[in-house]
Each structure stands twice: as C-alpha cells, then as structure tokens.
Design a protein around this ligand. Sequence first.
Ligand code: ADP
Length: 591
Amino acid sequence: MAGRPRTVRSPLFRKILVAAALLVSAMGGVSDLLMSRYTQESEEAAVRRSLEAAARVLAREAGTKGPEALGEWARQTDALLDARVTVVARNGSVLAESRRQPESMENHAHRPEIEAALRRGLGVAKRHSSSVNMDFLYVAMPARLGTGEPVILRVAAPLETIESAVRANRWRILRATLLLAFAVLVGAYFFTRSLTRRIHRIQQAAEDLAEGRFSENPPLLDKGKDELGALARSLHRMAGNLLEMVELVRAESARRDAILSSMREGVLAVDQSLRITFCNEAFLQAVAAKEAPAEGTPLEQVSPDPALLDPLWQVLERGETVRSKVSFPATPGRSYELYAKPLELNRQKGALAILHDVTEIERLERVRRDFVANVSHELRTPLTAIRGYAETLLDGAIDDAEHNRRFLEVIRSNAIRLTNIASDLLVLSELEQHRPAQEPVERVPLQPVIESAVRTVESAARIRQIAIHAPEVDLAVRGLRFRLEQALVNLVDNAVKFSPPGSEVRIECNRTEDGMVEIHVIDNGIGIPEADLPRIFERFYRVDKARSREAGGTGLGLSIVKHIAELYGGSVRVKSRLGEGSTFTLCFPAA
Ligand code: ADP
C-alpha cells in the first residue's frame, strides 16, 4: 500500500501548477501588452494634445516676431515649455531652432510633419532623433511672422516620459503577476492537497479491493458532493456487492470442498496437458500420494500409472467418456472403477475422473460366492449320507435287523445336522439384517444368562464328564437377553465339545475400566493352532472338520457369536494354545 501522498511530488499538483503558471503568465503578458499600449497611446495623445495647443499659441505669437528675434524667442519658449521649438521656411530651410544652430541643420522640407503641415495645415510625426538619441513627437503648423513671411512652426517633445510611464506600469503588472502567481501556487497546493488526499483514499480502497482485501463494514471514504464523492460512493457500493459475491463464492467453494473431500469416491480434474487442477483426499489415498499436490502439478508426478493416464489421454484426445477397472501398484489389493469424462472449465478443455473403490463390493461378491459354495458343500455331505443310507435300507437293509437301526440313526443324525445348519443360517441371516442402531437394547443381568447357558449344555457336559464352574456374578450388560444367551451357549458348547473328558470349563466375569463387562469362557481343551486363530470367526471355518462334524458342529457358531457381540457394541476375542486350552472373551457395554 502506498504511503501518505506528498502533494508537492504529485503529478496532479505539477499539472495544476503548470496550467496555473501558464494562465498567470498569459494573463500577465496580455495585460502587459494591453496596458503598455494603452499607456503609450494615452500618454502620446496627451503629449500630442499639449504640443498642438502649444503650437497653436506659438503660431499666434510668431506673428509678432521678426526673423531676427526668432532664435531668442525659440530658446525662451523651449525653456518655458520644455519643448523643442523649430521655425522652418516654406522651402525647408531652418530659420530658428531652440536647441541647435540653424545653420548646422539640413533642409527640413521633406520631414513628414513639415510636408503634412504644408499640405493639411497640421503635421504630426513620431521619430527617433539620432542627434539627441531619443524618440520625439513632432507637431508642425503653418504660421506667419511679423513680416508676413509664411513659415512652419514645429514643436517637439521627447517621449521619454511615456517610456518611463510604460516601464513603471510594466513593473506594476509584473509585481501583480508575481503576487498572483504566488497566490495561485498556494491555492493550487491546498487544492491539490485536499484533492490528492481524497483520491489517495479512494485509490487505496480500490487497491484493497483489487487485492481481495475486503473489510466487513467499509466506511464511506468520501462524503463530497462532487465527482470524487460520486466515485467513492460507487466504489463503496461496489465493495459491498463484491463482499457479498466473495462471501457467496467462499461459501460455495467451502461447500464444494466439504462435499468433495467427504466423498468416498476419488475425484480428479486435469487440464488438457494432464496437469492436476483439483483432486480430493480419496483420490490421493487411492494412488497412495503422500501430500496434496499443488494446482498445476503434472499428474504423472503424482501417479505415473498408465491405468490412470491412458484413459485420461483417451478422454482428452477423443472427447469420449471412458469406464474401466483399474488397480494401482501403490495400493495393492484395492480395485477401482474409473469413470472419466471430458470437462470444460473456463473455455479450457480438461478431463474429470471419478474413482469408485469397488474392493469391498468385490470382496462381498467373493464372500457371497464362497458362502453359496460352502453352504452347498455343507448341505451335500449330510444329504448324501441320508440318501445313501435311505437307498441302502430300501435296497433290503431294512430287513437287516442287525444294521437297520444303526442306518436309521445315521439318517437321523444327518437330518439333525441339516436342521442345525438351517437354523444357524437363519440366525446368521437374521443378525445380518439388523443394524446395530435398530436392535432393541435392555439391561440384562448376567447371572440368569449364565445359569441358562449352563443348563443348556449341562447334559452334553455330563455325558463327557466335564464340570462347568460359574461363580455368582452381580453384573449387568446392555443387550438383548436371548441373543446374549445364544452367544454364551455357543462358547460354552464349544468349550465342552473341544475338551477331553474329565476336564473342566470355567465362566468368569469382570468389569473393565472403560465401562465394559467381560465374560471369559475358559477350557483346558485341545486348543487352536495359532495359524487358525484369525480365521475361526469366519463362517464354516473349522480347524478339524471331521472332529467338528462328529461333534455336531456347523462351523457357524463363532460367526454368530461375533455378530451378536458387534450388534450390541461389543466384541469377542480368543486366546489359545494348542493342547493347553482356549479362552474366549465376550465383551459387552456394562449397564
Ligand atoms: P463348530 O460348529 O465347528 O463348533 P464354531 O464356529 O463354533 O464351529 O467354531 C469354529 C471352529 O473353531 C471349530 O470347528 C473348532 O475347530 C474351533 N474352536 C471353537 N471353539 C473351540 C475351543 N473351545 N477349543 C478348541 N477349538 C475351538
């Protein structure tokens, strides 16, 4: 921003000063010219009038003088009038002269005033007299001497007084002009100072606007009623409008940024040379860029992958919309659907690309396929067994009293297995349909839940001679009682299933510092190999398929437990050592 303006240095001040100086000089010059001429003319007219009057009086007086007395008379008259007096004969010879000897003077017949006097009775001439080096005004008039001789009487006065009068006048004009010039200078200074200060204020405000510095409530800079005031008012109005527009644009761009950055789809806009004009966070994550590139960065520097560059070139060159599946080496394991289309911004061609992360969709699709395959596989085994034994029975074994009962038991156990699978699948699909927020939640005291779970597996445990210890607890959790029971039964049932006869299973509960309640189901059973631990919560995953099947397992129990825990804001985890036993821990928010 410019500092306070220096009036003296202001070009405006200089211009006003030069204009004023020219005006003052022109005025001085013109008045000098007019005044000098006027003074000269009026002074000359006055001299001429008095010379004419004197000439007339002297012409009458000359009638009393003879030729011999002319010289003396001329000198005396000169002394009285302070005017040179000359008497000239009609032929031009000088008869008497007040300031010189007549004999030394040349013939005056062709002096203009003498000629005019002879012709018209009065001759007036202005001439420079080289003899006395002065301008003289000559007035000549015919007269007669006492002797009756006709002569020309000439009276002359120097114009020296006129010149000095003109000079004096000129001085006066010069002084007045200088005084005026000084007054104009001072006036121009104050006028320009006020003007430049006003202009400077307006200029600063305009510069602020140009550089995007907007104040909330800009004051009206100039309240003058002239053009500058009008300009300031326009600027003030414009600043208001601009501020409004800028606010609007800011809000719009903030909204756009918020939308784009919260989008899960990667968004990228490039210009026609494939330089980035915009990209959002999701795009940077997709190409594993470390930091947001500056606008104008070549896309190649951010992601040199042809899977991205080629479709964009294609869009730019052909103006077509392109769809393709891409994956980037920088983010292995993730796949994207790329949708690229031409983009025209500010009459500049470019392209817009949207990256839609389809990794999860693909995973779910894979899970769904696997699930269908698994279900089919799981169903096929018992169905094949049922069909096989049924056919054997039909083929005659029904009459084989030794085996037919055993065959029917196999058919029944497989039918039970099918029922178990079906009911577990039903539970799973039911759980998957519920969103955590929709699930009804109540305060569930743990003691009855544990007692009920123990009762459910009691008979199986007795058969296997396994003791279940569950000390009394006075804790409650937030969830749904029958779901909680379902989860606990699955864990305790597993503990019993995978423990050797004679061992024991313990259920322990405690409250954690972060407001959760943990329920531990601890067994000293066969344990789980470390490699299988991360996968046991998957559907149909079983460490030892034959053993699980033998024990009536479906491979869905832990998957159901995990679903239930997550549905109520809890979790499940396992700690196990092969051959030593396992501890499954259910975690629910305390109530
Ligand atoms: P299943 O119907 O086979 O029990 P689950 O989903 O309940 O299916 O369990 C998955 C697998 O995890 C089981 O097949 C078993 O191999 C292992 N498992 C679960 N609980 C235990 C446990 N307490 N001790 C050892 N292995 C277990």
